[in-house]
Design a binder for this molecule. Structure first.
Ligand code: TYD
Length: 206
């Protein structure tokens, strides 16, 4: 089972992804955790290119680089782990491209779907947690963050991003769970674990 975490900056994705992985391991599941952009040496190199200081890519170029990294990530890390029967928990995946480049950027949703079909050929998560947080709350949380290129963007971009993620969740309702990231992190983790366990069913051999 392939589980992804999505949301804007400051929503607490990484914390929640870690918490879910830990809780599943405590229940006897084998879990691979990974992230995008990244997840392989090639992906980490592209991450540095994308997010590094002075990088100035358009949304199309970003999407092309992201899908290049994603393809290698799927083939070398995600599919092999799934084939071993593991749960894969990934911090960001194609929905990030849908929301950032497709909705908030100027690429448009159709171009992202076209790339997705071409590059991943139908491969995608079984379950996605979309962490939804009002933009003002997100800004308060990331204040004092590392200030990378994406985090430094204008408020309007983050508003568009939030709308984009909500549109993604509405477009893929059977896969996406839109959860309230403004609540207490432990309560959110409990909600996420309950939903994940429901999808996973009883653990094989424990
Ligand atoms: P990261 O430091 O991992 O941020 P976060 O903790 O919020 O995940 O930076 C990843 C940045 O890359 C983030 O701003 C979102 C952006 N991104 C895209 O724009 N499109 C994508 O497809 C992905 C995977 C990430």
């Amino acid at each position: 089972m392939f589980i992804t975490f999505e949301g804007g900056e400051g929503a607490g994705k990484s914390t929640q992804a870690r918490a879910l992985a830990q809780a599943l391991r405590a229940r006897g599941r084998k879990v691979t955790t990974t992230r995008e952009p990244g997840g392989t040496p090639e992906g980490e190199a592209l991450r540095a290119l994308l997010l590094g200081p002075g990088s100035r890519w358009g949304a199309m170029e970003e999407a092309l680089l992201l899908f290049a990294a994603r393809r290698v990530h799927v083939e070398r890390v995600i599919r092999p782990a799934l084939a071993r029967g593991e749960v894969v928990v990934c911090d960001r995946f194609t929905d990030s491209t849908r929301a950032y480049q497709g909705h908030a950027g100027d690429l448009g949703p159709e171009a992202v779907e076209a790339l997705d079909r071409l590059v991943l050929q139908g491969f995608g998560p079984d379950l996605t947690f979309v962490l939804d947080l009002p933009v003002e709350a997100a800004f308060a949380r990331i204040h004092g963050g590392n200030g990378d290129r994406f985090e430094g963007r204008a408020l309007a971009f983050h508003e568009a991003l939030r709308r984009g993620y909500r549109a993604v969740a509405a477009s893929f309702p059977e896969r996406c769970a839109l959860v309230n990231a403004a609540q207490d992190p432990d309560a959110l983790a409990a909600e996420i674990l309950t939903l994940a366990l429901k999808r996973l069913g009883p653990a094989r051999g424990g």
